[in-house]
Design a protein. Structure first.
Length: 362
């Protein structure tokens, strides 16, 4: 049932009243950050058609901003200080889920200025002292001793990529249209992150502290290994491809599935397929700015290019099923990539507005 406007107004006024009473406890930068987060959520809500959802999202945004301030002020109403259970990061990730839109890479750290990266690449480093660097620059306000339940967020829209180097030595590559929720510092008991979209991980070995990647539908736990996760949640199956080491997949329905190097599993809803052997190169080459494909349809190739560049490709019916084999260098200029495709396949292309139309050469 949709809340009535009067009920929503009461909620808004109640939250704002709390904010007014407590805002003096926080610095100007913290207050500005909270309202900035509100504005981001309001803008996302504006694209939705139903006004009742706009109102509901607006009120939830205000509540979220106040909750963030309470965290920054050292008070957490939901979690005891120092705890870092699975439910903590899952609940946080799902409660703060945001729509992927075209724009800039955003890295959010509670209590700090939000980093908006103008380039289409970002390199983030989490240092052992809790400092976070974005493209070599320290984020203003980074806490020296972050709480275990304060989570950062990396949002990578289409056409962009990012990397994170965690303090334990783990290296993560995030592909376009992906989101990573991670702690500023791993606790002594656990190393865990939340991921949606596509990431490649090279996990630093630590037999006493397994590394766990959480997703809405499954978990992946490792000691030290390299693997790729693709979980865009758009109706297509999620995939995990193991390059080296050993991983365990776990969900509520199938229990545990153990993978060996060179294997792939598909996850559809609550179902995990049996591991099967594959050539891992086409699945992981994106992190090296390459798109490798063998006997793939152009429809599949352009679907991947849509993720990488955030451009819409419209293929004529006689183009979509053309099979190709080769390697594409994912250069910054999409024109160079399209020229390489047109050189190796009997197609031509034309940009019309925001779309690129691909047709067969007659």
């Amino acid at each position: 049932m949709t809340p009535r406007n009067t009920d929503i107004n009461k909620l808004i006024y109640g939250v704002v009243d709390i904010f007014r009473k407590r805002e003096k406890e926080f610095s100007d930068s913290e207050i500005d950050q909270a309202w900035y987060d509100c504005e981001l959520r309001i803008k996302r809500a504006a694209s939705r058609n139903a006004m009742r959802w706009k109102i509901a999202v607006w009120s939830a945004s205000v509540a979220a901003a106040v909750a963030m301030m309470l965290w920054w002020g050292g008070i957490d109403l939901a979690v005891e200080p120092g705890s870092a259970t699975r439910q903590d990061i899952m609940a946080y990730a799902l409660a703060t889920e945001m729509e992927m839109t075209d724009g800039h890479i955003i890295n959010i750290i509670p209590g700090c200025d939000t980093a908006v990266v103008g380039q289409n690449r970002a390199r983030i480093s989490c240092l052992a002292n809790g400092t976070v660097l974005v493209n070599g620059k320290s984020m203003s306000g980074t806490a020296a001793n972050p709480a275990a339940n304060e989570y950062c967020q990396l949002v990578v829209p289409k056409g962009h990529r990012a990397e994170i180097r965690f303090a334990d030595g783990t290296h993560l590559w995030a592909n376009s249209n992906s989101r990573v929720v991670y702690p500023q510092e791993f606790t002594e008991d656990a190393r865990e992150i939340y991921v949606s979209g596509e990431v490649y991980l090279d996990v630093a070995p630590d037999k006493n502290h397994p590394f766990t990647v959480r997703n809405r539908d499954f978990d992946v736990t490792v000691l030290g290994t390299s693997f790729n996760i693709m979980a865009y949640g758009n109706g297509a199956p999620s995939q995990v491809v193991l390059v080296s080491g050993k991983v365990e997949l776990n969900n509520s329905a199938n229990g545990k599935v153990t993978m060996s190097p060179g294997q792939l599993v598909d996850i559809t809803g609550s179902t995990i397929s049996s591991p099967r052997q594959v050539d891992v190169t086409p699945y992981v080459s994106w992190k090296d700015n390459l798109l490798v494909y063998s006997h793939k349809s152009l429809a599949d190739v352009f679907s991947r290019l849509n993720v990488c560049y955030g451009r819409e490709f419209v293929l004529s019916p006689d183009v979509a099923d053309i099979k190709v084999t080769g390697k594409l260098y994912l250069k910054d200029d999409i024109g160079d990539v399209l020229h390489a495709i047109a050189f190796s396949a009997p197609v031509t292309y034309e940009e019309r507005g925001d779309s690129i139309y691909v047709c067969r050469i007659k």
